[in-house]
Design a binder for this molecule. Structure first.
Ligand code: NAD
Length: 515
């Protein structure tokens, strides 16, 4: 089995819905004769007609020539039965997400196609190993997980079940690349790569909402400022809470109810109430005509407040950024690079980058005048940044701390005193999940980074964040969350701990400060 036997070979797409249509288009554009079959009579022909219109629209926009559009369409044939596809060298299945339906389909296909035909499933959540169970040749079944919309999304997770032959997975990997996609190998485990690693992006915000730490608009704004195209609340509204909740539930169940993946009561209430997001007109936000989406207030730039004694603690990118802002403001300060925290000491009060402990826990030590701020990932001036004061802090410090943050170039927004605030805990949890996936051999680091950037448009991959941060600092943050909440959610991946120990001998410049 190799890619040469698959290039331009006849291909059968089963299921002419959203995904099947996209897969047929991409394969035909790459030069394959494509047969398209759907159980519902007339559905394949309807899909072909719709594809004709969208290919014409692409030609009108200059994305294809009229000839390419016509050739692509001419390669697609709606077939009335799968028997017509005996010559297929590859079958891609995109039917309903049900194990028994997919199993029965592939068993039937084994009686139709030749012995060297590769069988691929576009399942987004079912075990490839389970789908292959009962096949005469389970080694030729592989997951080929496209993302919606298929012609635009470049990622393909090439998913190997327990019995998938490595040569089959490799041939599909190379074929996907030939189709202009970015394929990533994945082992068949719950959620594969993207749907697994992405869980904390939603879960952390839902956890913060459950304890009323901030509004959806504020949490969204914090994560957008960190480079995400959409905040978790607006993204869940777009995906639909029913769909998002069911993916979360299936990952939870498939992991034998591991508490790390517990779904959220906040989301269940939305689903129970029919507040499904954009499609129902209301989710976290109101989509009724004329409804105004709440926005986070902006603040005019302010000058640095007065201070008699000013010290800059720690080192690493955040300390460097504070140093530059102080220098630009013409303010002298005493550097304390070997401090075990990052931030400013202002006349005895502390403005600290979160290390995962709530401000009140830090403030229970020697200094009561404490405020913590979130991990600033945006280099943009005026980017939203969450902060929280310690419960023991005086009203004067609660008023002064955000003024300092604003003067340092952030749009400081107050959040309830929660460990790890918004961005730091979310990024730490994404890193942790990715490290666990790699530790369990689900994918490699490059695969995890590519999958998250291309499958869900993350601004950076989890291992890119980790390289800019430091495994020890991420672990310290997660351990602080674990102490605060107990339970299993913040359990550190053994892979991350091993990595930190491996780095232990080296001096690592880290955002979390210290050496
Ligand atoms: P869809 O409902 O749009 O289309 C499914 C099609 O399959 C329907 O036209 C239906 O008539 C047909 N069908 C059902 N049973 C069949 C059978 N036994 N034989 C032939 N045709 C049959 O669904 P979709 O969104 O295109 O999803 C298809 C698959 O792709 C699912 O496994 C889904 O999990 C997966 N997937 C979906 C997305 C997405 O965003 N929609 C993304 C990735 C993967």
């Amino acid at each position: 089995m190799n890619i040469e036997t698959l290039k331009d070979a006849p291909l059968l797409v089963v299921g002419a819905g959203i995904m099947g249509a996209g897969i047929a288009q991409v394969a035909a554009q790459a030069g394959h004769p494509v047969m398209l079959f759907d159980l519902r009579e007339g559905a394949a022909a309807e899909t072909k007609a719709k594809l004709g219109k969208s290919l014409d629209a692409l030609a009108a926009k200059g994305k294809l020539t009229a000839q390419e559009a016509a050739q692509t369409l001419s390669r697609i044939e709606a077939v009335a039965s799968m028997e017509a596809a005996a010559s297929a060298r590859l079958v891609v299945e995109a039917v309903v997400e049900k194990l028994d339906v997919k199993r029965a389909l592939f068993r039937q296909l084994e009686g139709i196609v030749g012995a060297d035909c590769v069988l691929a499933t576009n399942t987004s959540s079912i075990s490839v190993t389970a789908i292959a169970n009962g096949l005469q040749r389970p080694g030729r079944l592989v997951g080929m997980h496209f993302f919606n919309p298929v012609p635009l999304m470049r990622l393909v997770e090439v998913v190997s079940g327990l019995q998938t032959e490595p040569a089959v997975a490799q041939a599909i990997h190379e074929l996907s690349r030939h189709w202009g996609k970015v394929p990533v190998h994945a082992r068949s485990t719950p959620g594969f790569i993207v749907n697994r690693i992405a869980r904390p992006y939603y879960a952390e915000t839902l956890a913060l909402l459950q304890e009323r730490a901030g509004t959806p608009a504020l949490l969204d704004a914090c994560l957008r400022a960190a480079g995400f195209r959409m905040g978790p609340c607006e993204l869940m509204d777009l995906i639909g809470h029913d769909t998002n909740f069911s993916v979360t539930q299936s990952v939870f169940e498939a992991n034998f109810f591991d508490k790390r993946f517990v779904p959220s009561l906040v989301q269940r209430e939305l689903v129970d109430g029919g507040l499904l997001g954009r499609k129902s007109g209301r989710g976290f936000y109101d989509y009724a005509e004329g409804a105004v989406k709440p926005a986070v207030p902006e603040h005019a730039p302010v000058g640095l407040p007065a201070a008699t004694i000013l010290s800059l603690h720690g080192q690493g990118p955040v300390a460097q950024r504070l140093r530059e802002a102080l220098t630009a403001g013409g303010r002298g300060f005493e550097p304390v690079p070997d401090s075990d925290w990052v931030g400013l000491e202002i006349d005895g009060a502390q403005l600290r980058l979160t290390d995962g402990r709530p401000a009140s826990q830090v403030g229970a030590g020697e200094v009561a005048e404490v405020a913590v701020f979130d991990l600033p990932l945006s280099a943009l001036a005026g980017a939203v940044l969450a902060w929280a004061p310690a419960a023991q802090a005086s009203p004067a410090w609660c008023e002064l701390a955000p003024r300092w943050l604003r003067a340092l170039g952030f749009n400081a927004q107050r959040l309830a005193d929660t460990p790890g605030l918004v961005v730091a805990r979310t990024i730490a949890m994404l890193i942790n999940e990715a490290a666990d996936a790699v530790h369990q051999g689900v994918c490699d680091e490059g695969g995890a980074d590519a999958a998250m950037k291309l499958g869900v448009n993350y601004p950076q991959g989890p291992f890119e964040w980790l390289r800019a941060w430091d495994a020890a600092a991420v672990i310290a943050l997660l351990d602080a969350l674990d102490v605060h909440y107990r339970g299993e959610r913040y359990r550190v991946s053994p892979g991350l701990r091993l990595r930190a120990w491996g780095q232990g001998a080296r001096k690592v410049e880290c955002i979390g400060g210290g050496a």
